[in-house]
Design a protein around this ligand. Structure first.
Ligand code: HGY
Ligand code: MN
Ligand code: MN
Length: 414
């Protein structure tokens, strides 16, 4: 058969996404499916069941990454791999990550039912803990698999309740036995929502990112002096929350000071004892800096770190800084990015060459093999929120582009 005419089953893709959205579904229409939570387990179990229906060879590695392998005509060849992540943000969206896993599943189902033979094997993957929200950092399991992060360090990362990542992997039964170590991959495609406003604004159906920004994450710990808010005079206080407040505004000003081409955000904060009539004496907050220019991001950090130290000194609030994680910016394989655009054009979809401000497991896969992504538009440019949304038509369009890219790189008989 002429596989250029092959299309995914959009209705079936929709029904798998709707099925998954019930797992961890929130009243506001989003999902909370935090990495290694009971909800993540339930979604993983369903995903594995669906893989078994396709007679795929299933492997779960020591980081809980789930691989489903479909044989090719020549199984000595490195596989084409596609996938994304099942875990979500707290009160996150119904499409972030899961669209790429269900899109890959739909491609596998389409190949299976049409008995398509490919030269290379094809592998589908669910990467553990892409979000990095419960256990920082993000993309931790693809990072270990790619050899960029140490497994013991990843295992020891704890959530806000002090639970270790490795304990939770064991608890949900997904601490596999296969080594979480890279093997040769012919090409990697990740299908994902854009999570920004560009495609909608430019009225384009498919995004073809040239790559992903660098992501740099830091953790800041401040010590103050707790006291009764009433009798304690303002001068001489060591108020950790006021110190943090000054620092947070410095982060917000940073991109402007560096001349743009950057975003910088404080997204998480804990304040102790967090009682309205006690002066705060402990604060932890996070810093996220992203840019296409890794050097600019590091220069920005060096600048704002000095500000932090000055503020901490002036307020008498000792500071501890953890340089938690950095992943370089990821310029994708130009030939594969072109293939995404060509395939979109052949399918009659409009497309746009762009950049990804959101991090993805493709950042690490790009260090291993030729990599590219396919974006579907986000309605209102919203993501990491319950109202995250993409039309079913656009979900189907991206799935068809993914199918064609897999067929082309895996060497399907035309
Ligand atoms: O942080 C990110 O961009 C991704 O959601 N992990
Ligand atoms: Mn994602
Ligand atoms: Mn995300």
């Amino acid at each position: 058969m002429d596989t250029r005419k092959l299309r995914i089953n959009g209705k079936r893709l929709r029904s798998t996404l709707e099925e998954m959205a019930k797992i961890g579904g929130t009243p506001g229409g989003g999902v909370t499916r935090l990495a290694l939570s009971d909800e993540d387990k339930r979604a993983r179990d369903l995903f594995v069941k669906w893989l078994e229906e396709l007679d795929l060879k299933i492997t779960i590695d020591e980081m809980g990454n789930i691989f489903g392998r479909r044989a090719g005509r020549n199984n000595d060849l490195p596989p084409v791999m596609t996938g994304s992540h099942i875990d979500s943000q707290p009160k996150g969206g119904r499409f972030d990550g899961i669209l790429g896993v269900m899109g890959a599943l739909e491609v596998m189902r389409t190949l299976h039912e049409n008995k398509i033979e490919t030269e290379h094997p094809v592998v589908i993957v669910d990467w553990t803990n892409e979000e990095g929200s419960r256990f920082a950092p993000a993309m931790v399991a693809s990072g270990v698999w790619a050899g960029a992060l140490k497994q013991d360090w990843a295992y020891a990362r704890t959530d806000i309740n002090g639970k270790k990542q490795v304990e939770e992997l064991e608890r949900i039964g997904y601490k596999g036995t296969a080594p979480a170590k890279k093997w040769p991959v012919h090409a990697y495609f990740e299908y994902h929502i854009e999570q920004g406003p560009i495609l909608e604004r430019e009225k384009k159906t498919i995004g073809a990112p040239k790559g992903i920004l660098c992501l740099h994450w830091y953790d800041i710990y401040l010590e103050g002096e707790a006291n009764q808010v009433g009798p304690t005079p303002m001068e001489g206080r060591h108020d950790a929350l006021c110190a943090a407040a000054e620092m947070i505004l410095k982060v917000n000003e940073l991109p402007g000071r560096m001349g743009g081409n950057m975003v910088a955000t404080v997204g998480e904060i804990q304040n102790y004892p967090n009682s309205r009539n006690i002066i705060p004496d402990k604060v932890h907050f996070t810093v996220d800096i992203r840019s296409w220019d890794d050097g600019l991001a590091i220069k920005a950090w060096d600048l704002v770190k000095k500000d932090f130290q000055n503020i901490a000194g002036r307020r008498g609030c000792p500071i501890r800084i953890e340089e938690t994680w950095r992943v370089e910016h990821a310029p994708f394989d130009e030939k594969l990015v072109q293939m995404v655009m060509d395939s979109a054009g052949e399918l009659g979809y409009s497309y746009l060459h762009m950049v990804s401000g959101a991090g993805h497991d493709a950042s690490y896969m790009n260090q291993i093999c030729p990599t590219a992504m396919i974006f579907a538009p986000s309605i209102g440019g919203r993501s990491h929120v319950e109202v995250e949304n993409t039309t079913w038509e656009d979900c189907e369009a991206g799935g068809n582009v993914l199918l064609q890219c897999v067929l082309k790189t895996a060497g399907a008989a035309q």
